[in-house]
Design a protein around this ligand. Structure first.
Ligand SMILES: Nc1ncnc2c1ncn2[C@@H]1O[C@H](COP(=O)(O)OP(=O)(O)OP(=O)(O)O)[C@@H](O)[C@H]1O
Ligand SMILES: [Mg+2]
Length: 212
């Protein structure tokens, strides 16, 4: 079995897609976004393909493409789609697979199921993306509690943003979690710059050694 990882975050808009592009590129893997809400702007799959310079066959089709940019449970209701979380299964591929959830862990897919419930069924190790800025300690520790409560395996935390050594250290200590690295905020978000920043700040072996 190849490496499979779930990339989740403490919130929406914190940089999961940018991180996933760099990680998929570094692993020479495939990317899958199970549920995409909002199709007017560049989708997460398109961003990963562009920034990770991935051929189109490495971007696996989304299980649900919802037009309305909202929480999936609401997007689905507005779009008239019935979302079936139990049917969401990671595609079988012969390369490492990076899976990006929508928003954060407790984002609802339906009126009874949140994303973390699906991750718990999968039992695929999670990389928790967290900001370095103010508020991150609380959000990150809460997310770690939600993961542990569901017995979801945790690979570690990937920080995103400007250096805040004390925040990273206290999260690692109180959350008893591994710091995988920190992706700095990049002024020019180009494929080359992203690849370089990932290589400088993360050790790809940390992600490869994960038992599938
Ligand atoms: N390391 C970075 N350097 C510069 N800009 C970044 C970085 N990471 C994220 N951004 C910017 O922040 C915004 C949000 O990032 P991104 O789309 O990756 O968030 P997300 O967590 O995937 O959000 P969603 O929950 O909608 O999937 C984007 O405009 C992106 O370009
Ligand atoms: Mg995203």
């Amino acid at each position: 079995m190849k490496t499979r990882l779930v990339v989740t975050g403490t919130d929406t808009g914190i940089g999961k897609t940018i991180f996933s592009a760099a990680l998929t590129d570094a692993l020479d893997g495939c990317y899958w976004k199970p549920v995409q809400s909002g199709l007017d702007e560049e989708t997460d799959s398109e961003t990963v393909g562009r920034l990770g310079r991935l051929p189109s066959d490495r971007i696996l089709p989304e299980a649900y493409r919802l037009a309305t940019p909202a929480s999936p449970h609401l997007s689905a209701r507005i779009d008239g789609v019935t979302l079936r979380p139990e049917g969401l299964l990671p595609p079988a591929v012969d390369r490492p697979l990076v899976i990006e959830g929508a928003g954060g862990l407790l984002v609802p897919l339906t009126e009874r199921t949140v994303f973390a419930d699906v991750f718990a069924l999968w039992q695929i190790p999670v990389v928790l993306c967290a900001r370095t800025g103010l508020g991150t300690i609380n959000h990150t520790l809460l997310s770690l509690e939600a993961l542990r409560r569901r017995a979801i395996p945790i690979l570690g935390v990937a920080f995103i943003g400007d250096a805040q050594e004390d925040s990273e250290a206290i999260i690692s200590r109180l959350g008893a979690v591994r710091r995988l690295g920190r992706l700095p905020r990049l002024e020019a978000l180009t494929p080359d710059r992203l690849r370089q920043a990932f290589a400088e700040n993360f050790n790809i072996a940390d992600f490869r050694e994960v038992p599938a």
